[in-house]
Design a protein around this ligand. Structure first.
Ligand code: FES
Length: 96
């Protein structure tokens, strides 16, 4: 049985969505269902910068370097295209 994770977008008009855990967000979030925007989808452009609260794996070193450059003052900043969602999460878009 696949496990489902709830992805919610507080402070936005978008309704929470339910996704099978460990799916790629960049394949499932669209401009219709979320406030998150994507560009490269490979972790190099920074378009998908968001703040994430919830159950996710820590960033790999390349993502970590990007986050230190793009959002040094946001401890919960992540690149949405690089996220491995393991449980329910709240995602807020960060304007970099
Ligand atoms: S979409 Fe380019 S870094 Fe995530």
């Amino acid at each position: 049985m696949p496990e489902f994770c709830k992805i919610s977008f507080p402070e936005s008009d978008f309704l929470p969505i339910s996704l099978e855990c460990h799916q790629s967000l960049s394949e499932h979030l669209t401009i219709q269902n979320s406030p998150v925007l994507f560009g490269c989808r490979t972790g190099i452009c920074g378009t998908c910068l968001v703040e994430v609260i919830g159950d996710i794996s820590p960033p790999q070193s390349e993502e970590q370097e990007m986050l230190e450059t793009l959002a040094p003052n946001y401890p919960h900043a992540r690149l949405a295209c690089q996220l491995d969602v393991k449980g329910n999460v709240e995602i807020r878009r960060l304007k970099g």
